[in-house]
Design a protein around this ligand. Structure first.
Ligand SMILES: [Zn+2]
Length: 593
């Protein structure tokens, strides 16, 4: 206080300040405005810290990272009996349930619902779910996006009046970033999840799309795959959790769905729905790939904000109760799966799945609708009548089958020294164990993947140019340098390592374009070298001549493609670059140290 301030004003300010024992206000802007509005980031931070003051020894507000715009990422930890740090949770074999709002900051239901649910549970004192479970709540993951605040950021949903924006200040969609881990927010989240190792991790969203009566969709992972990989039994727990959540929400008057409600054919309700197994760029399957339970919650965008917050709060209360009742068993199965992960050497694991089998017909609580040609788009457009609820009988396909499978190496993967800086931090962020080889293993027989077809995606996605390759692993001798990384298969995160390192995996670093340079040609033959070389080769090598003439006859695209014809000979020239199209991650049968 400056000395010039009159004494009377000083006294007035002192009297206006709350006495130190006052209970902080833990209500949200959403509640105070009848769910017309939601608070800003400063409110979430204030609430997080206020919970710590209001519930000493039972709530703790953590800072776990800094966003690109310099904001502090916060998480609120809550436990009725003071288990408020990862070491204490581990020592007590305590289930930790994490839930996170605002990964898409416009879909902010989870932030308000999380504060409300934890306030109620903590205010109830001892007993209740929080005496058996520790909650780890991230109110807003995409904090910079949340503060890109305005009335038009989520045009497809009913309230609140203003919200944040989908992507980060770097224009990255965090909900595609679990595997590649490009964003600082994602690295911070992975460190938080790694430290706490929650047995269940829920990601709180709002859907878009068609109008219907169902108010929430709950996608638990794993559920669809009976045994996602040898030794894992968590899918049975996933199905039991899903069924318990659905039953409880129905009892509470909600209309939950166990699948993502987007039609098989966009804009055609009669096409029904497919269940699916998402790739691990998304939270639920990412967490399942770490042998824990994942849950994607999608409230329905056509419901008003207050209803959506209420159903999210109901989901969180149900989750914590389920974890309190069944968490000890989940922890046992997760530990078994971790041990089984360490035995995956040489085993086949699925890396992607597709819908399979016949559909069954299900009743779906929709509305009467018309489908008419649109003068705007020139295509059929669906218009729903919310005053006329209607039960649709639509197909649902619930089975999946593996579409991509890989047999894992017997020893592990080698990330050669030149690529080590690119991957070391990412692997560490995922809790994947690896060794940095201090001594050069030297020339070794390893497996190398050489691309026989290379296709770069035409469009940039999440700031990266995707790459699809075809090819196969084959035995070759390679020089392995000191400073290379050895990633053993024998570790609990073996399956996650396979998702990120196997060449065929749709969410591998390779597919995300981290290794594109290895698939670009860098040295060329001029025509004045190729032409005489090719003519000479055709003259002296009848086998090449026969093969080339057959290609010209049988492959018109090749015959018409001058560059392809020249490359045919360049590949046979002694100057051909043998490392072109070589995936710069190797596999080995050995365990390197
Ligand atoms: Zn979303």
């Amino acid at each position: 206080m400056p000395a010039a301030v009159p004494l009377g004003l000083t006294l007035a300010l002192a009297l206006a300040a709350p006495p130190p024992t006052a209970v902080p206000d833990l209500t949200t802007t959403a509640e105070r405005t009848g769910f017309a509005r939601t608070g800003r980031a400063d409110e979430a931070e204030r609430l997080c810290l206020a919970f710590e003051r209001a519930f000493p020894g039972r709530a703790r507000c953590l800072a776990f990272g800094v966003t690109p715009e310099g904001r502090t990422l916060r998480a609120l930890v809550a436990s009725a009996d003071g288990v408020l740090d990862p070491a204490a949770a581990r020592a007590r074999r305590r289930p930790v349930v994490a839930f996170q709002g605002g990964i898409h900051a416009g879909e902010i239901d989870g932030k308000d619902a999380g504060f409300m649910a934890l306030r109620e549970l903590l205010a109830a004192g001892r007993g209740g779910a929080l005496s058996k479970v520790t909650a780890l709540f991230v109110p807003i993951l995409n904090l910079d996006g949340h503060e890109r605040f305005g009335p038009n950021q989520r045009p497809n949903q009913r309230g609140p009046e203003e919200t944040g924006w989908r992507t980060t200040a770097q224009n990255l969609n965090l909900n595609r970033d679990y595997g590649k881990a490009d964003a600082p927010e994602m690295r911070a989240l992975l460190a938080l999840l790694g430290a706490w190792d929650p047995i269940l991790y829920a990601d709180l969203h709002v859907t878009d799309g068609a109008q219907f009566e169902h108010d929430v969709a709950l996608m638990v992972a794993p559920t669809l795959i009976p045994a996602p990989w040898p030794g894992s039994t968590l899918a049975a727990d996933g199905r039991a959790l899903r069924d318990a959540l659905l039953a409880r929400l129905e009892r509470e008057g909600h209309l939950p769905l166990p699948f993502y409600p987007s039609f098989v054919k966009d804009g055609d309700p009669a096409s029904g729905f497919d269940m699916g197994v998402a790739p691990p760029r998304f939270s639920g399957e990412y967490w399942a790939a770490r042998d824990r339970l994942g849950l994607l919650v999608e409230t329905h965008s056509w419901r008003p904000y207050g209803h959506r917050v209420e159903v999210t709060r109901a989901v969180l209360r149900a989750l914590l109760d389920e974890a309190a009742a069944r968490g000890a068993g989940w922890l046992e199965r997760a530990a078994e799966a971790d041990r089984a992960g360490a035995r995956l050497a040489g085993q086949a694991v699925a890396l992607a799945w597709e819908a399979d089998g016949p559909a069954r017909t299900i009743p779906f609580r929709g509305y009467a609708y018309t489908r008419e040609p649109s003068p705007v788009s020139g295509q059929p457009v669906v218009r729903y009548d919310e005053t006329r609820p209607e039960v649709w009988m639509v197909p649902l396909r619930e089975a999946v089958r593996p579409s991509i499978t890989a047999t894992l190496p017997r020893g592990g993967w080698i990330v050669p020294a030149p690529q080590a800086p690119l991957l070391a931090e990412r692997l560490a962020a995922h809790g994947i164990a690896f060794t940095r080889l201090a001594r050069a293993p030297g020339r070794r027989e390893v497996e190398a993947f050489r691309a026989t077809a290379i296709a770069f995606e035409a469009r940039s996605f999440e700031g990266r140019q995707g790459l699809k390759v075809q090819g196969a692993w084959a035995r070759e001798a390679h020089q392995v340098l000191a400073g290379s990384l050895f990633v053993p298969v024998a570790q609990p995160r073996a399956r996650l390592a396979a998702f990120l390192l196997e060449a065929a995996s749709p969410d591998a670093f390779l597919a995300w374009g981290l290794f594109n340079a290895a698939f670009e040609r860098k040295e060329y033959l001029e025509d004045y070298v190729t032409e005489p070389f090719a003519r000479d080769l055709l003259a002296r090598d009848p086998a090449v001549r026969a093969d080339f003439e057959r290609r010209l006859r049988e492959d018109p695209a090749f015959a018409a493609d001058a560059a392809a014809r020249l490359e045919y000979f360049a590949r046979r020239h002694p100057s051909w670059d043998a490392s072109y199209g070589l995936y710069p991650v190797l596999r080995t049968d050995e365990v390197l140290r």
